[in-house]
Design a protein around this ligand. Structure first.
Ligand SMILES: C[S@@+](CC[C@H](N)C(=O)[O-])C[C@H]1O[C@@H](n2cnc3c(N)ncnc32)[C@H](O)[C@@H]1O
Length: 283
């Protein structure tokens, strides 16, 4: 069977769909990438051409077709200890501020961290590792919650499994490997169950107009996700991040990203680290 052709017109329809539903900004140069990524989906669903597939995608009311589609459209690349300065910052400046909450027995006070765009889970698992390493596992019970969200169900499935290659795991400080992982076969490791005690994995589209949260977060970490969004989409998301941060809470973004001073909501702390002002600071 010949490979299906992706016309510019159909590619533009796909671009519009991806932008409207998920905020992703697909440039014209991404056409061959889109073609390569979607070809298998077409075959799996027995479509010979992109127009019929697109028709099916738009008509499907279950959400499954759109979910399979976005699984192919997202880039979920990540690894342990990526941009490790953020973890250093948390340990040096943020975790010490949390000691009174962690040491107290007030059940209404909980530290909340949100890993937004967590991909295959390395980021939230490392957050849990840093917390356990700093405070001790027994200190953290009922005191800390890490929410880890992504749009890709495939990435979330990998995250929930918590199985990683040896090469990936060895990006972490050496002491973390026996402390937080169990070997699985010759070349893989699986995270120890204690890490999962603090993490809730959920599918969430970051461009939805409202977020389903009752409480605010002390840290929101959203790294290498907004690079795929255009500026208006980014601005809307930043407003929502601001709304869902505790006063004094931190927003961590990717090292190659910046708020470009367009966003006056946050106080600049250091590259890729921002803070929501405390109430008495005037916000
Ligand atoms: C490159 S990964 C970043 C992973 C990790 N934060 C890091 O820095 O290594 C980008 C992730 O953003 C997710 N993503 C893209 N658009 C999204 C959206 N509209 N809502 C939620 N997640 C989205 C993708 O599925 C992908 O897993």
């Amino acid at each position: 069977m010949e490979s299906p052709v992706l016309s510019n017109q159909t590619f533009n329809k796909i671009r519009r769909l991806v932008k409207e539903e998920f905020g992703l900004n697909l440039t014209e140069q991404k056409k061959s990438l889109v073609l390569a990524r979607l070809q298998k989906l077409l075959t799996q669903n027995s479509f010979n051409d992109f127009d019929s597939y697109l028709g099916f995608l738009l008509k499907d009311k279950t959400g499954q077709a759109l979910s399979d589609f976005i699984n192919k459209m997202t880039t979920n690349h990540t690894y342990f200890n990526r941009e490790s300065k953020h973890f250093d910052f948390l340990r040096k400046f943020v975790f010490p501020q949390w000691l009174p909450v962690i040491k107290s027995y007030n059940p209404t006070k909980k530290i909340r961290i949100w890993s937004a765009g967590c991909a295959s889970g390395e980021e939230p698992y490392q957050l849990a590792m840093e917390l356990i390493d700093f405070f001790g596992y027994s200190q953290l019970k009922e005191k800390v919650a890490v929410l880890a969200t992504d749009i890709s169900t495939e990435a979330l499935m990998q995250a929930r499994q918590g199985i990683y290659s040896r090469e990936n795991v060895f990006n972490l400080p050496p002491a973390y490997v026996p402390k937080f992982f169990l070997p699985k076969g010759a070349n893989q490791y699986v995270v120890k169950p204690m890490l999962k005690d603090f993490i809730l994995f959920k599918r969430l589209n970051l461009i939805r107009t409202t977020f389903p949260f009752k409480n605010r977060f002390h840290v929101i970490i959203c790294r290498n996700v907004m690079i795929y969004f255009d500026q208006p989409t980014k601005d809307q998301l930043l407003e929502k991040f601001y709304q869902f941060l505790e006063p004094g809470g931190y927003l961590l973004i990717g090292h190659s990203e910046s708020l470009m001073q367009r966003d006056k909501l946050f106080k600049y702390v250091q590259p890729s680290i921002y803070q929501k002002a405390l109430k008495h600071e005037g916000n």
